[in-house]
Write a protein that binds this ligand. Sequence first.
Ligand code: G3P
Ligand code: CA
Length: 243
Amino acid sequence: MKEVKIFAHRGASGYAPENTLAAFRLAEEQGSDGVELDVQLTKDGEVVVIHDEKIDRTSTGTGFVRDYTLEELKKFSFHNHMEAYEGETIPTLEEVLNLLKPGKMEVNIELKTGIFWYPEIEEKTMEIVKKTGMEDRVIYSSFNHYSIQEVRRLNPEAETAYLYGDVILDVEKYAAGTGVQGLHPALYHLYMSDFLKRWKESGLKVRVWTVNREEDMKHFIEAGLEAVITNYPDTAIAVRRQV
Ligand code: G3P
Ligand code: CA
């Protein structure tokens, strides 16, 4: 049976500040098969890796990402960081992809608030993926399914997945009918629906998030999904060894 992949959520974010070069480096050192990361756009149209629309929670600054230029954003550091992570700044997508390129990890890029909030995020993100030569290792996902369709319009060969939390009726038909290859459900969805009993027939790649408890890791690894997305890749890898 194919081994279930372990993806580090926002990098190895259980240990290092989320979505930083340090967190992605650590994910690789721990032996992750992939990383998940989030992208937003700056005022001057640069693609940066950060989860929230605002910088308040993770950085020493306040306000919206889109109200700062990249140069301005780079002046902020991270909250509550340990000495080891001093000097980490909000990275650009290009910096992250260049860091990961020599390795083998897959990269799941989650497009945040596309189309309406950032009309050009899909195109700009895909340009960077192409420029860094990472097209074969990237999976695009979004809760905004219009965004995913825009990715498909720009490159029908791109690997794509829908993110969702609550139930989508006939989700396999919906995914297959709209051309995506993957589904990224919240773990609670998989416990609350009968999807796990029938997903294999769909041929879709299912990557579940965010799986941080060992018993959940075991459950989804045993289920044979495509990947488990976790803040603690080292733990998930240890659990996988025992399954
Ligand atoms: O991509 C899976 C997961 O990251 C989606 O939720 O809020 O952590 O971006 P969130
Ligand atoms: Ca995410």
